[in-house]
Structure formats: structure tokens, C-alpha cells
Write a protein that binds this ligand. Sequence first.
Ligand SMILES: NC(=O)c1ccc[n+]([C@@H]2O[C@H](COP(=O)([O-])OP(=O)(O)OC[C@H]3O[C@@H](n4cnc5c(N)ncnc54)[C@H](O)[C@@H]3O)[C@@H](O)[C@H]2O)c1
Length: 271
Amino acid sequence: MAENLLKGKLGIITGALDENSIAWKTALKAHNQGARFVLTNAPIAMRMGAIKELAEECNTIVIPADATSLEDIEKLYTESKAYLGGNFDFILHSIGMSPNIRKGRSYGELNYDWVNKSYDVSAISFHKMMHMAEKMDLMNEWGSIMGLSYIAAQRVYPFYTDMADAKALLESIARGYGYRFGKSKKVRVNTISQSPTKTTAGTGIDGFDAFYNFADKMSPLGNAPADACADYIITMFSDLTRFVTMQNLFHDGGYSTTGISEELMDQFKDL
Ligand SMILES: NC(=O)c1ccc[n+]([C@@H]2O[C@H](COP(=O)([O-])OP(=O)(O)OC[C@H]3O[C@@H](n4cnc5c(N)ncnc54)[C@H](O)[C@@H]3O)[C@@H](O)[C@H]2O)c1
């Protein structure tokens, strides 16, 4: 389905690690909808090589950048502008990582150096990417900047430990920068709060299968797949959503506003 929703638009897509990544699917769809963009990921992700295949498919280049480094972001933006031949209409921040989750630390036993790392990679990098785009005056008017969140930013999901706090910060940054960028350049900033999704970042969380299945049974439409999330991101990058800003948009099949589903009630009937 190529409606050319992003025809003529230029942008940056972070976070495509492999074909399961939300960013990977977004890149394919953005290409299909007529956008031109540069792909980027942390230097360590480059070594895995898969992103180069995606770049070939999307007829573009990959520029490595650690999203926590202002220096890397500046280089990424400078080289991307030169390659694309213009300022940006969209930026996708699709980045998340918690060393505490990786090492299985519980919420009461967090390593605080790692907490800082989680916040920096998963939330503050969003601020840094917008700060640099503003400083270099790289966003076109009516541009769109998106980050990806999870409902643990609002409600307790014990296994999500410090990532819950990182996502709360990410959503707050979307509001803060959305106000600022809206005023200065008519640029909108939003987060999508996505269903549990089977990606490297998702399945790295302890007990992922249980909460994936629970959310699926709790959502009247079932869990939203990565492919549908990519569709939503495309609409948020398009001109059809120009006045949506500073929002955390639930893309979860109805999970966030369902109290309980009949399927789950059945499981507790005879206890
Ligand atoms: N998978 C889920 O269940 C789920 C649910 C809600 C929100 N999200 C969010 O969606 C986003 C994308 O994750 P995904 O599920 O597609 O998983 P993914 O593992 O495919 O993507 C995460 C990406 O972050 C990149 N990254 C990590 N550290 C980085 C750094 N310092 N600089 C630049 N890039 C870095 C990784 O290389 C990877 O490409 C994340 O923000 C994640 O938290 C995921």
C-alpha cells in the first residue's frame, strides 16, 4: 500500500537492530510511502550487520551514533543533512536499554550507575536528539518527532524496574520539548505507548511471555503488533496529524482502558 503519505519528507530513523525491531518495520514503510531518511544505531549494533541490508532495501546509508553522545548526534545530523540535501521532517527515537534489566536486578536492588545509563540511553537521549536538532536548526516547520513508550510509565509492572522510570521521563520530555518546539518551529513531539512486542528489547525482560500473553487476553483487539505500530508512526509523521502534539498515544488494542476481560475472568471463576 503506497499512498505516498511521506512523499518528499526527509528524516532520521534510529533503533533498527533486526527485522523484528519497530524501527526496522517503520523504515520499510517510510520508504514505501516516499520518504528519504538516514538510518542510525549504536556503533555496537553496526557490528551485527543486519542494518546494512535494511539500508540497501531502503536505498539509503547508515551512520553509527551513540544516542547518548552529543558529539555523535551532531555528526549524525551534519552528515545526514549533507546526504539528504535538506532539513528534517521527522525523527524516530526507537531506543531503549536497561543494564539493570539485563542483569536481572530487582527494583529494590538497582545498581545506580546502571540506573543513570538506563535513563541516559532510554530517555535523556530523546532530549539530546531534540536539543541538537533545535541548536542546529534542522527541523522543518510542521515536522514530527516520535518516541516509543510503555504503560509501565503510568502503572506498576514490577519486572520493568528502572525502565518504568525511564519511560515516565521519556513521556515527560515529549511534553516539555513538544511545548518548546511547537512554539518555535511548529514541530510536534509525541510518544506511542506500545503493546508488549516480540523484539530484542522486549523479550530481554524477565517474564516477557507471561505479560505478553496477559496483555493479549486483556486487550479487546489483542496486542498491537510491531507492524501496526510502524503504521501508526507513519501516520504521525504524515501531514494528516499536524495538530497532535505533547501526547502519549496508546497503541495497545484497548489494553489501557480495559478493567478486565471475559477471558481473564474465566480463569479466576473457580478459585
Ligand atoms: N518490545 C516491546 O515490548 C516494547 C513495548 C513498548 C515500547 N517499546 C520501545 O520501543 C523502542 C524500540 O524497541 P524495540 O522493541 O523495537 O527493540 P529493539 O531491541 O529492536 O530496539 C532497541 C534499539 O535501541 C538501540 N540502542 C540501544 N542503545 C543505544 C544507544 N546508546 N544509542 C543508539 N541506539 C541504541 C538498539 O541497538 C536497538 O536497535 C524502545 O524504546 C522500546 O523501549 C518496546
